[in-house]
Design a protein around this ligand. Structure first.
Ligand code: BES
Ligand code: ZN
Length: 477
């Protein structure tokens, strides 16, 4: 028997309100990993999750990951949680991963409701607004819902579960790779496959299974000159200005239609085969889905396949910001003394972090030399992760395919994603096993954006999907 236990499905339906309440508790902890001021909340979030797991009988180990320097402060990295439930040698063992840290959020960014108070849409759409609702607290709580249902109903889980939850994913998963390689023959021994629920459907209607992610290389260009900020009326047209030099360099990275200008980089991209192109053609998506997700009609291309490939199989270069630049209201007439431009490149097969870093640094140095400025410049890679692609014909994908059909009544799309989850490749390489990305949320959830949400239906049916997948996995071959 492979279909999920009907009692389990019923329990999920009947406990919707309590599940939403628990999600509200999680969202109320502002576990922003990238801001030192919130680090205590990231620790608190890990403790909260550990105690919820323990109360359901999960054996949890909190593993310290060492320290980190952030904005000049030495901070403890949030401990990773390693959990275990069941160790029946006759069953398969699945490793699940999720992250309990979130991106920053504040009302002033344009949220309709306070970002750290889960708000059920007053207009009755069933949307649950709140930072982390979709990325990635909702999916983690989906696993909790599955475990709780089984424990409370006295049902055995169809597979053994191992769990790895971390609080630094949004900041490059610092410290986690070391833990994985240390534990690969200890805690992680015996894992048959890995399931991560930390991405989204492509659109708002079609569930998907995701078999690839882009990697990332994140860079900083620092330009400095004067010993202090200067008055532009007094020193304009007399000194080299760091910001002007930086803007010049940043303008040399990418064209306004998204073409990467780093010489040699595009030559590394794996060639497109006809077979691969067909995979994008059959995906159930339209330009309108992209327009809806971004809230404006601004895609580079009107062609669905080109747009999908831009996200899934080509690299991209995005400019993120300039630290040290004047950005407030009003008209301050300053010449900033030092500025740091931030940009990142999303990596795809066969770009490697090392090769890309070398190409970028050589190019930025060469462009800087051309402008003959007296400013000082350095360029460095701050953090990165390699791209990942899995085998979507593996039994774990077939199990998720069947579970999707039984919960949603349709076949899933097979997608690759533009975002990055660095640990995916670490698990695939260190544990030498298949990794499946099984998303809970929709394409318009607005992860990292204002008004992030998770639809109640996705939370509930998503919990059923995660549970049903375990039943299918138990019998898959
Ligand atoms: N959940 C996302 C990963 C993701 C994004 C998957 C978009 C699919 C589509 C994850 O939390 C995330 O945002 N990761 C960071 C990682 C980076 C800081 C190394 C990202 O992609 O920017
Ligand atoms: Zn995430």
């Amino acid at each position: 028997m492979s279909a999920a236990n009907p009692q389990f499905l019923k329990f999920i339906d009947e406990n919707q309100d309590a599940f939403i309440q628990r999600l509200a508790e999680a969202v109320a902890i502002p576990s922003v990993s990238g801001d030192p001021a919130y680090r205590p909340d990231v620790h608190r979030m890990g403790d909260w999750l550990a105690s919820k797991l323990e109360s359901l009988g999960v054996k949890v180990e909190k593993r310290p990951l060492g320290k980190q320097i952030l904005e000049g402060q030495e901070l403890d990295l949030p401990s990773a949680l390693l959990g275990e439930l069941g160790n029946d040698p006759k069953k398969k063992t699945l490793l699940i991963y999720g992250h309990f840290d979130v991106q920053p959020a504040s009302m002033s960014d344009g949220w309709k409701h306070p970002p750290f108070e889960l708000t059920i849409d007053p207009e009755g759409s069933g949307k649950l607004f709140g930072r982390g609702s979709s990325d990635d607290k909702g999916p983690i709580l989906g696993w909790l819902n599955v475990i709780e249902a089984h424990v409370k109903l006295g049902l055995e889980l169809p597979v053994n579960l191992k769990m790895c939850f971390e609080g630094m994913e949004e900041s490059g998963s610092e410290g986690l790779d070391e833990l994985i390689s240390e534990e690969k023959d200890k805690f992680f021994k015996g894992v048959d496959c890995v399931c991560i629920s930390d991405n989204y459907w492509l659109n708002t209607t079609t569930p998907c299974l995701t078999y690839g992610l882009r990697g990332i290389a994140y860079f900083k260009i620092s330009v400095s000159g004067p010993a202090r900020d200067l008055h532009s009326g007094v020193f304009g047209a007399t000194v080299h200005e760091p910001m002007t030099d930086l803007i010049h360099l940043m303008s040399k990275l990418v064209t306004t239609d998204g073409k990467i200008l780093i010489p040699g980089l595009m030559d590394l991209v794996a060639p497109l085969t006809d077979e691969e192109r067909k995979r994008y053609e059959v995906i159930n998506a339209s330009i309108k889905d992209f327009d809806d997700a971004v809230g404006a009609a601004i895609t580079f291309s009107d062609d669905k396949v080109a747009t999908l490939m831009g996200r899934m199989r080509y690299p991209s270069l995005s400019l993120h910001g300039i630290e040290g630049a004047f950005y407030g209201a009003g008209c301050k007439t300053v010449i900033p003394a030092a500025v740091h431009g931030k940009f990142s490149i999303r990596l795809v097969p066969n770009l490697t972090l090392n090769e890309v870093t070398k190409l970028v640094c050589d190019y930025v140095n060469a462009e800087f030399a051309k402008i003959k400025t007296k400013s000082k410049m350095t360029v460095e890679m701050l953090h990165g992760g390699e791209p990942w692609v899995a085998d979507p014909n593996h039994y774990s994908y077939r199990a998720a395919h069947k579970a999707t059909e039984s919960v949603y009544g349709c076949a899933p799309d097979y997608t690759r994603e533009g975002g990055s989850i660095p640990v995916t490749l670490s698990f695939a390489d260190a544990l030498k096993c298949n990794v499946l990305l099984l998303p809970m949320g929709r394409g318009d959830d607005g992860a990292h954006s204002t008004n992030e949400k998770l639809d109640t239906d996705n939370f509930i049916r998503g919990s059923k999907l995660l549970g049903s997948y375990l039943y299918e996995l138990a019998v898959a071959e």
